[in-house]
Design a protein around this ligand. Structure first.
Ligand code: UDP
Length: 240
């Protein structure tokens, strides 16, 4: 395989909302397919791709607990939502001819593989995309933390945070401030100190401790993921 990228192995993190298109909820098949194409293009470059997908388009733990549900139960429901999204992405990728495996942090053998690090590595070596589902398997965590954890375990060169409606990290909210400036590079500590919206604080701290760069880029334009991996286009790199 030929790689047109400085990265051999990466992890793409997208939120659950990235799969719902213009709908307010759930899965929008053409949007799922569009992102699957982005991933396939990169896998075809010879880059090994892992994915973590959120669950916010279906269920969020905090939302459930705000309605009076026990937090841990609500969080498990959120983790199950990420499994549904992972299965939808797997189906879309395989429809495009891109082999893929889903591994869940909560074993559910009839549905997908359990998370086994060495098996995941083998899938990647064979050119399969691996989607890590059910977050970390623990309540009180987020899929951002799961993405940082799995990317560290798998030895990924960086986490790529594919965003909708923004192409990086800004010093203030660009929707509210015309003079907001996008960072090309920003340190983990500055992100934490200024509470910049990249990932939650525990995920940022884990990335910092493992010296794992976080590349925040836009998934809105076709070919965006490929461009970023080829070193083109705009993004913010969060690093040391
Ligand atoms: N979740 C969890 N532990 C994890 C990952 C996720 O409990 O390790 C739950 C949590 O309730 C969260 C939900 O799953 O609200 C969906 O994940 P997230 O909010 O990170 O999704 P995103 O915002 O990226 O769509």
């Amino acid at each position: 395989r030929i790689t047109g990228s400085a990265y051999r192995r990466v992890l793409l993190k997208i939120s659950g909302e990235a799969l719902m298109g213009d709908q307010g909820y759930g899965l929008h098949p053409p949007t799922v397919e569009r992102i699957a194409r982005e991933v396939r293009t990169v896998a075809q470059m010879g880059v090994e791709v892992c994915m973590v997908i959120g669950g916010g388009n279906i269920f969020r733990g905090l939302q459930g607990s705000a309605q009076g549900m026990e937090r841990t139960t609500a969080d498990y429901m959120g983790m199950l939502a990420t499994v549904m999204n992972a299965l939808a992405m797997q189906a879309a990728l395989e429809k495009l001819g891109q082999f893929c495996r889903v591994q869940s942090a909560i074993p559910m053998d009839q549905v997908c593989e359990p998370y086994i690090r060495r098996r995941a590595v083998r899938h990647l070596e064979k050119g399969r995309v691996v989607i890590f589902a059910a977050g970390t398997g623990n309540p009180y965590f987020t899929t951002d933390t799961a993405a940082t954890l799995r990317a560290s375990e798998m030895g990924c060169g960086a986490i790529f945070m594919g965003k909708n409606g923004t192409d990086g990290v800004y010093d203030r909210d660009p929707a509210l401030h015309d003079d907001a400036v996008r960072y090309d590079r920003v340190s983990y500590d500055e992100v934490l100190r200024k509470n910049l919206r990249v990932m939650d604080a525990s995920a940022i701290a884990l990335a910092r401790d493992n010296k794992l760069p976080i590349v925040v880029f836009s998934l809105d334009a076709p070919g965006g993921f490929r461009s970023i991996l080829a070193g083109e286009g705009t993004a913010t790199v969060v690093g040391g």
